[in-house]
Design a protein around this ligand. Structure first.
Ligand code: APR
Length: 253
């Protein structure tokens, strides 16, 4: 079914009148850019790797080289990827609504490359590397010696990707901004996330409890929906441009 047909006029009306739209994205938004999601069966990254071994402090302590190489592979994947129409539609949405808060669980930086600004990165960014001891960002490092992970030029400890691993706390300021947006928005869009990982998974519920309209855009939505909850089973790269067309095609900003 065409994405345009999936869109409830009630959701379009809520979008058009919203003063503050909050958006939470997950790996599904980057799937159409060729970045594997985490949990989709067969293709999901975790299907080939164990989260405990590759995205946890214990996994890094056990085998820092394997973790570094896995993230280097993902960094390369991201570098070759391009923002898809879903990312671009969210960047364009900022031009139509008075206030847009974009919160992402993704670490690929594709929202920023699509033109979105002030992106709240709950799980960090794979493009940044930090010292595993001091935590500070390291811009340049030397891999010529062949030792991986490379060493911090300041203190000699291992370098690691600036992403939040299982068991680690999310960046406090980012989480506080995400909670504030969920509790003050008129419309909350949850897009391309399985909603399995806390605390991000609680944001849509917090928005609804605060009186917002909530739309869940995903590929495997099963929840029965009635306003103020809307569910749309569609690819974000198709649905999001269709949603903007439905709301503003006759009234450009
Ligand atoms: N459009 C919309 N949704 C999609 C698309 C698409 N093109 N492709 C896949 N999806 C949906 C899948 O159906 C799935 O429900 O996106 C969701 C992706 O879920 P996950 O793979 O669990 O990714 P995410 O929700 O972002 O995971 C949250 O878990 O592993 C940690 O830190 C990691 O940030 C990640 C967090």
């Amino acid at each position: 079914m065409s994405a345009d047909l999936l869109i409830d006029p009630g959701l379009v009306a809520a979008l058009r009148r919203a003063r503050h739209v909050a958006v939470l994205t997950g790996a599904g938004v980057s799937a159409e850019s060729g970045i594997p999601t985490f949990r989709d069966a067969q293709t999901g990254l975790w299907a080939s790797f164990s989260p405990e071994d590759l995205a946890s402090p214990a996994g890094f302590r056990r085998n820092p080289r394997r973790v570094w190489e896995w993230y280097a592979w993902r960094r390369e994947l991201v570098a070759q990827a391009a923002p898809n129409p879903g990312h671009l539609a969210l960047a364009e949405l900022a031009r139509y609504v008075p206030q847009l808060t974009l919160i992402t669980q993704n670490v690929d930086g594709l929202h920023q490359r699509a033109g979105s600004e002030a992106v709240i990165e709950l799980h960090g960014n794979i493009g940044r590397v930090v010292c595993a001891e001091e935590g500070g960002v390291v811009e340049q490092w030397d891999e010529s010696g062949g030792e991986l992970p490379p060493r911090c030029p300041r203190c000699g400890a291992h370098l690691r990707p600036d992403v939040v691993w299982f068991g680690e706390l999310l960046p406090e300021a980012a989480m506080a901004a995400a909670w504030a947006a969920a509790r003050s928005c008129d419309l909350f869009l949850s897009i391309g996330t399985s909603g399995l990982v806390e605390p991000a998974a609680s944001l849509p519920r917090a928005a609804m409890q605060a009186g917002a309209t909530v739309a869940v855009i995903n590929l495997d939505v099963t929840t029965a929906a009635r306003p103020p909850l809307y569910t749309l089973n569609a690819r974000s790269g198709e649905l999001l441009p269709a949603l903007l067309r439905a709301a503003w095609d006759d009234t450009p900003p």
